[in-house]
Design a protein around this ligand. Structure first.
Ligand SMILES: Nc1ncnc2c1ncn2[C@@H]1O[C@H](COP(=O)(O)OP(=O)(O)O)[C@@H](O)[C@H]1O
Ligand SMILES: [Mg+2]
Length: 394
């Protein structure tokens, strides 16, 4: 079955689209990536999406939900087109959407304890424009079942990287970093996965600050590579209370977005050279990941391979810091294991859509903290003209 997965992460940089071929079920599901593309958001959209997360207006939320639906639909269409596969040959689309709020910690409302999450990119628009059955909104069901609604990628990490003899740590360097612990020969119920804290988000935020908005990332980690890590600032960053929280835990822009960036900036500007600042927050990301391993995973076994995905693999300074932090354990990009490090998230949502349509539970309660296994997602059906015709004739 051909399945397209669509996603956009906390970096709010654009839409990742993966065209996959998936077959089989349960433990025996087989998955092949046929094509992958990333579609950067149109200029000016990112700040509008970020504004939603900082107390934006409901009208904008409503409008951008429909607008993103169009962009996600276009991403699916253009990916299929460039792969030379007509959309009518695509059986299914799995769309994560764009997270604009994620509040897994309960807030009291009378006798209820409300935990919520919101991803936009209207799936009805995707189904309408593509004519392909669409499964979307994967997180709310897990939250409803008592989970954190995240992380959802461990299922595919297990599929792609689990090894019979080696303990592996999969590290996804998105805006936020999430890790998946894959014990040697481990089944799904022995996985551990959680958000360790910052990924590229703090680096991106401060790059934007020091270049007055001219640059939104430290391309290839060049700025960090030319700077010196300031130990005092690094130590204070590593005292962030989130790092001590026990898993299961997930986080987002709420903790590592503008608030933290502003705090760091106020503290060091203008005395610290930008390159030192960027070097230090790059070290912060790498150290917080190694720190999470030592605190929460090491007692389960020694890691044999660290396998890295997400946009952060292109940041050489970050990869070098990570290699230093895990030395002598080898740290490699997913590419070294034959998997595109940027495509894995979108592929994950293709697999989730597929498993849901197979009628299989696909959250991992042990990982998200849900009370039980559930099937994730909401299904936007497509009218089957042929079947309808038959029914009319009958
Ligand atoms: N060439 C590059 N050099 C350095 N950093 C990069 C590069 N390409 C991508 N990144 C980083 O990766 C981030 C996007 O990673 P991605 O995996 O898409 O994260 P998310 O899932 O949060 O959207 C960018 O915001 C940027 O910080
Ligand atoms: Mg992204």
């Amino acid at each position: 079955m051909r399945v397209i997965g669509l996603s956009s992460g906390t970096s709010v940089d654009g839409i990742d689209a993966a065209l996959t071929d998936i077959a089989g079920h349960g433990q025996h599901v087989r998955l092949r990536l046929l094509a992958y593309r990333t579609f950067p958001y149109p200029r000016g959209l990112r700040p509008r999406l970020l504004a939603l997360q900082n107390g934006g207006r409901t009208e904008d939320l409503c409008h951008l939900n429909a607008y993103l639906g169009e962009l996600f639909a276009d991403a699916a269409k253009r990916l299929a087109e460039s792969a030379g596969i007509p959309l009518r040959r695509v059986a299914l689309i799995g769309s994560h959407g764009q997270t604009v709020a994620h509040r897994p910690v309960p807030i009291r409302e009378g006798r209820y304890r409300i935990r919520s999450t919101l991803q936009i990119g209207e799936p009805s628009v995707i189904a309408e424009r593509t004519g392909v059955l669409t499964v979307a909104d994967f997180r709310p069901r897990d939250l409803a079942a008592g989970g954190q609604g995240a992380p959802l990628t461990p299922l595919i990490h297990h599929r792609c990287f689990s090894h019979p003899k080696r303990n592996r740590l999969v590290v996804n360097l998105g805006g936020i970093t999430n890790v998946t612990w894959l014990p040697a020969g481990g089944s799904l119920d022995r996985l551990v996965a959680f958000d360790t804290g910052p990924g590229n988000m703090v680096i991106d935020g401060l790059m934007e600050r020091v270049t007055r908005g001219r640059r939104t990332m430290d391309r290839s980690g060049r700025t960090a590579s030319s700077g010196t890590v300031r130990m005092e600032l690094l130590r204070s960053l590593l005292r962030h209370p989130y790092l001590r929280l026990r898993p299961p835990k997930t986080t987002g822009r709420e903790l590592f977005g503008r608030l933290l960036v502003d705090r760091v900036w106020r503290r060091v500007s203008p005395s610290m050279p930008p390159r030192d600042l960027i070097a230090t927050v790059t070290a912060f990301t790498a150290s917080s990941i190694a720190d999470a391993y030592h605190r929460f995973l090491r007692h389960r076994g020694t890691v044999h391979d660290v396998i890295v995905g997400g946009g952060g693999v292109y940041n050489d300074a970050l990869m070098k810091r990570l290699a230093d932090a895990f030395e002598p354990v080898p740290v490699h990009s997913m590419a070294a294991h034959g998997i595109d490090p940027k495509a894995i998230e979108a592929t994950a949502f293709a697999l989730l859509a597929y498993t849901t349509m197979q009628g299989e539970a696909n959250n991992i309660p042990r990982v998200t903290g849900a009370h039980h296994a559930v099937m994730l997602g909401k299904i936007i059906p497509i009218l089957d003209e042929k079947r309808l015709e038959k029914r009319r004739e009958a």
